[in-house]
Write a protein that binds this ligand. Structure first.
Ligand SMILES: [Mn+2]
Length: 343
């Protein structure tokens, strides 16, 4: 049996403090989940790890982030488990160079290509291509042809992409990707892959490519942490895929993530004390490390809120986002200088 671990969208560096700060930051959460997955791979004798892209949170990165991330990969490479990455849009289809990742066990797609592995007497082909920013819809068939030319059919054939495939969904309104130029068309997905492994869409989901009586799963594993409130209801995790003769088995393993919660203040309060009591009541039961989005459409209410009120109501491990009025609040309350709430 071959065990393959699939993860994606680690967005390393997201909200990671470069200078010291008193405010609670989320940066380490992303690293923690990434390292949790690598430890899982070692502890559970995984044969191969595949990363679906957006390894980093953006293209131009502080050296501290690059080194911190690559040192983790460098250490992991000592376990001799091959690690394959398909670069995503957040890293502009390429990862920063570094001697730390010139390792025989680290494989990064620089062009359409197939990496071949011999594991437990089985031949495994991992095909893929870096994120294509120009009209992937029309270019995809040609890209597949380039890969196909190099490909010899193996015992297990997988395709990796960092793109939306027609029919995949995201966001609170279940936005569905259809025919735009940044969407791969279902009809263009070849039938000969045992599975298509995708990054880019942060929601875990499985689509199916069907042809006659055959079908292949198109697997979105999602991100390892929530990067926006659009993902607040989504469970984050990673897949362990097991391939045994003609059988494949999938297990989605959830990760710990910070809760995202909303409070909307939609009645008016005569005094600061009454507003405070209301907010304390509303936030009762929230995890102490939640991300709280505070919506306050009424200007009179907004004017009652100051830094010390927020400090009194919310736990210091919480992250408070003022939806649409953060700048206004900062400007109005900057003289209060209560450390830790916002930088
Ligand atoms: Mn992403």
């Amino acid at each position: 049996m071959i065990k393959i671990l699939f993860l994606s969208d680690t967005h390393l560096g997201f909200d990671y403090p470069i200078r010291t700060t008193k405010r609670t930051r989320r940066g380490q959460d992303f690293f923690d989940n990434f390292e949790y997955i690598l430890n899982y791979a070692v502890g559970n004798a995984v044969d191969l790890i595949l990363h679906g892209g957006d390894f980093f949170f953006r293209t131009r990165l502080p050296e501290l982030i690059v080194n911190k991330s690559y040192k983790i990969l460098y250490e992991f490479a000592k376990h001799n488990i091959p690690f394959v990455i398909v670069p995503g849009n957040h890293e502009s289809s390429r990862l920063p160079r570094s001697p730390l990742i010139f390792q025989p066990y680290i494989h990064i797609f620089k062009e359409p290509h197939t990496f071949t592995f011999d594991i437990k007497g089985k031949k495994i082909n991992i095909s893929g291509f870096p994120y294509e920013s120009k009209n992937v819809r029309d270019q995809f068939p040609e890209i597949i042809k380039q890969i196909q030319d190099k490909e010899k059919q193996a015992d297990i054939n997988l395709l990796m992409t960092h793109h939306a495939v027609e029919g995949c969904t995201c966001g609170p309104g279940n936005y569905t990707f259809r025919k735009n130029e940044d969407v791969v068309q279902m009809k263009d997905i070849p039938m000969y892959y045992d599975a298509i492994l995708c990054g880019h869409i942060h929601r875990q989901q499985i689509l199916w490519k069907r042809h006659q009586d055959k079908k292949s799963p198109i697997i979105y594993v999602g991100s390892v942490e929530r990067t926006s409130f659009a993902e607040k209801e989504e469970t984050k995790g990673f897949y362990v895929l097991e391939f045994d003769k003609d059988h494949q088995n999938r297990q989605f393993i959830p990760l710990k993530t910070r809760a995202m919660v909303d409070i909307t203040i939609n009645r008016s309060f005569p005094s600061i004390q009454e507003l405070k009591t209301y907010l304390i009541k509303r936030s009762r039961g929230f995890d102490t490390n939640s991300i709280v989005r505070l919506k306050c459409p009424d200007e009179q209410n907004r004017n009652l809120i100051n830094q010390s009120l927020l400090k009194d109501v919310f736990h210091s491990d919480m992250i408070i986002q003022l939806s649409g009025w953060q700048q206004e609040f900062k400007a109005r309350t900057k003289k209060e200088r209560i450390p830790g709430l916002f930088d």
